[in-house]
Design a protein around this ligand. Structure first.
Ligand SMILES: [Zn+2]
Length: 99
């Protein structure tokens, strides 16, 4: 028998974004609901990650705002449906006595 485990998360389940420095590999977490957009450099080694007005940093800011907005809308039932993200699952095999 093969079974698949699916992990579904809702926007309100996303609490933080983790940023890992490509240079020193230190990681830092930013809370979705109060991120102050202060992640243009590594807090550990000081490596400049992105310039403050770079398109990449603006994309991350937009992503955070979208997650925040979807979390509010789905929590307040402002949408006629639920939104869930399907996270990569794990496949496991389990043998039974009949095989
Ligand atoms: Zn670093």
């Amino acid at each position: 028998m093969t079974s698949e485990i699916r992990t579904m998360i809702e926007p309100k389940d996303i609490k933080a974004i983790e940023l890992e420095c490509g240079k020193c590999h230190a990681s830092t977490r930013r809370q979705i609901d109060n991120w102050l957009q202060d992640s243009s450099s590594c807090p550990n080694c000081g490596d400049v990650w992105l310039h403050i007005n770079s398109p990449e940093l603006n994309e991350i800011k937009t992503l955070v705002m979208l997650i925040r907005g979807l979390a509010t809308r789905t929590s307040n039932k402002h949408l006629p449906f639920n939104i869930r993200f399907d996270i990569s699952g794990t496949v496991s095999e389990k043998r039974t006595g009949n095989e």
